[in-house]
Structure formats: structure tokens, C-alpha cells
Design a protein around this ligand. Sequence first.
Ligand code: GLN
Length: 539
Amino acid sequence: MSKYIFFSGGVCSSLGKGLAATSLANLLENHGLNVRMVKIDPYLNVDAGTMSPYQHGEVYVTDDGAETDLDLGNYARFTNAPIGKDNSITTGQIYQEVIRKEREGRYLGRTVQIIPHITDEIKRRILTVGRKPDVDVTIIEIGGTVGDIESIPYLEAARQMSSDLGKKNVLYIHLTLIPAVGGGELKTKPTQHSVKELREIGIQPDILICRAPEMLSSDVIRKISLFTNVEREAVIIGYDLKGSIYELPLVFRQQNMDAIVLKKLELEAGELDLSQWEKMVSICSSSPSVIRIGIVGKYIHLPDSYKSITEALVHGGIANNTRVDLIKIDAEDIENWHDEELAAKFADIHGILIPGGFGTRGTLGMIRGAEYARTHAIPCFGICLGMQIMVIEYARNVLGYKDADSTEFRPETKHPVISLLEEQVEITQMGGTMRLGKSASVLVPGTRIHEAYQSDSAEERHRHRYEFANSYRKVLSEAGLRISGFTPDGELVESVEWQDHPWGVGVQFHPEFTSKPVTPHPLFAQFIKASMNHEETRE
Ligand code: GLN
């Protein structure tokens, strides 16, 4: 039977609860245990698919096509736990299910209430993950902060699980903040209050993770332990990392967090083996070589909007023993720039990446970025919208179709090189109606993409509505835009490449979602390699 570990958060959001949860999972996995992750988002949206990246950061897509919170991407990068629809729970889903059952008459005339009906549905969803055969530990991250109205039913369900399954089978970890006030003095009061609030709900945390600017003195730790009733050894300090986020499991390990968890849950596990992880961390924290990649996108100002892409670039660096510096370029800024201005902007950039996105805004700047990369032999990687931009740019500047466009941006264009599939034209509902999740592509031998995957096929995740228009396949390929990947039925274009260029690859799918620091995605590894070659040849 699986053990269950609940992660809650206090004081404020964005303290890194997801990273903390997945770092513990990483340690347990490296002890040989079989771990599963669940993220709870206490909002009424059914999934993250309809949410703006500005509000919520990137939407992480799973193999089975769930559109989820970006924390699931962190789980995927730190662990090998399989992640799909079951691993993401929202209040929208819980209510949808309870109301559906109520309409079917499944509650047999009873009054349907938050306790027990909503809490039972929450527990049922969590147990669905933990009950799978061979699962040793299920880690559940409850989004939001203790004290929010929205998270109360989840905390209540978490509390009940300890009485349902027994104390040895359920563990509570609470993450709080130790802020520094004027003069740098570190304050424990918000942590004391936050734990008090959790205890009022009936949960005494077993382990406390204190987010702090630096390691705390033993006096401060003792004080926290005293006021919160958490054993001193179970007060773990999540101090600010100087290097990479991938150091966090090592920080927890130093403070014996894995041993404490195993002991409290009475779990037997193998020896911890972090050798592979440590080797990876040392490359991304201290490699002397640095490659600069420019990301030309529109959601540049929120760091989390391109989370999986920025991480996959770091992984591509790890594969090549280099660190990667990301230069964020707001596509809207460069729209009307002259070549000299672009030349100055791109002067010390070794590769350009054009990410996914929706809507017209910024697309002109992305087209400028693609054009500059193509005409100046700079490696260029287009992902989803980025691939569509590479196609539009090629049609405009090589074929001379000045109005070539996607019908997403200009429905009336005379040259719709990117357009909707017929079955998409009639769709009016927004949520969950795109081409979503994992599907196969056939790769053409002798192309860059074939070389990267070393295979005739690849399976990658999709999240888009528009497609390369087949009526333009012939003219564009004759003009030098090589079509290097198709769906197995040959109907849809999955990838394109610039011929006579060091490395220009556009893919309709999202390779960034499957890249891990210890197993970097081959396309990102190859893109960074090409960018390193570009640096050498330029010098
Ligand atoms: N907006 C484009 C489409 O729907 C690209 C989507 C994306 O980049 N994820 O096809």
C-alpha cells in the first residue's frame, strides 16, 4: 500500500512548494522507491488550458493530453513518476464530478455537502493514484496557502486521510517563509502563525520546511521547533540556492530529510544513490563555458511562461558540458527594427529560439527574428507557433508571398500557409478542443531531426489548433524549406528545416515537456551543440 505525503504552504505563495515536493520525491526515488505525484489546484477552472500564461505561467501538457499546472513539469524533470490526467486535480474537476453524480441520482436523496461529498471525491481522486500496484509513496502538493478559503476542503480531506489510513501511512509537510526585515534580522513569527492556522484545521505538521535567505543558526531552528511543536531535526531549511534549482535535493539530503521521512513513515528503502544527479548539478552550476540563447517571444516578462523551454535549454547545455544563458527578447520590441539594430541585439547571441504562443501580438517580431537567424546562419529552433512562424517567414521572404500568414492572425490572407483543419473550423468551445497530447511523427532520413532522434519516428506532445497548409507543401519544399516530419498517415506536417543553413529546425510539437536534466532531449542537445559551433566559427 502506498504511503501519502501532503505538502501544504503558508505565509505566501511562490515559495517553491512544487520544487520542494519534487526534490523530496527525487530523494525517495533515488532510494529505489516507486513514487507518484499529485498536484491540487484549488481554482474553479477545470484545467489550466484556458488560463493566460501571464496569470499562471506555462501550461504543462501530459502524454494523455491533460493541460496542467507548470508544477507537473517540475515533477517530470526531477522524477521518473508517470504523469497524466489523474495527477492533476482542480476544484473545477471535483465539483463537476460531484454535480454529475448528483444529477444521476447517485446520492440517493441525501443533501450533497462539502463534507463529506466534496472531501470524499478529493480522497477518491488521490487514492486513484496511490492505489496503483507497486506505488510506495504518493506525494500530494496542495496549491495555494493555508488560510485561503479555496484550500479548506483539501486540507480537511488530507486531515481525514490520517484517521482513515493510520498515522504511519500519512505525513504532513508544511512550507513557510522566514523573511528578513530591516537590518537583515530573520523573523520566525509568520511561521509560528502559519503552523497555528494549520493546527486549527487539525493538522500538526510532521516536517517543516522554512524558506529563508540563508541557512539558519541552531538557535533560530530551536526556537521554530519549540513554537511549532515540530521536532528540531524535522525543521529543514530551504535556503536560497546560489546555483541551479537542481541543487535542492542535495540541500534536503544534507539535512537528512530523506531519512526523517523514511523513519516517520516506517518505510524500508535501498541505499541512496545520487551520483548521477550530483554529476549533472556540477555541470550546470560550475561549467566554465557559457552559451547565450535568445528567446524571441511575447510572454517574456513572466519568467514562468516558458518554464519547460528554459529548463530544456539548460538540459541541452548539460548534454554539451556547458551552461546556458537565456537572453529574453520581447518580440513586440523588435518588430520595426532595422537590420543594424537587430545585428546589435543579436551580436553576442549563439542561437535563437522561437517558442509557442497564441494570438497575433508579437508575431511580426518573431518573423523578424526567424529571418535574421536564417539569413545570418544563426542556429534557430522554432517550437509550435515558432515552427509556424518559420513557415510564414519563408513564404514571405523566399517565395515573395508578402501577405503569407496563419489564418489565426489574418483569416482573409491570400496565402494561408498555416490554417485550420476542417474539423476545427466549427469548434466554438475553447477548453480541451485543441490537438492535445502525445502522437507519432515519421522522420525523414538525412534530416537534422532524424539525426537528433537517431530514429525513423518520434512520439511527442502537441497543443495547437492550426497546421501547415498542405496546399503549400510543394512550393515551399521546392523553394528549400525541407519538410522533415509527418504524421504516420502523411496528412500533417510535423517538422520543417532550412536547407543550406547550419541548423534551422521547426517542430509542430513540444519536445520541451519530456526533457530531463539527466536525460536531455536530443533536439535541445543538438540545438545547443549547433549554437556552440556557431560561436566557434564566428570567432
Ligand atoms: N497558436 C498556434 C496554434 O494554435 C500555436 C500554438 C502553440 O504554439 N502552442 O496552432
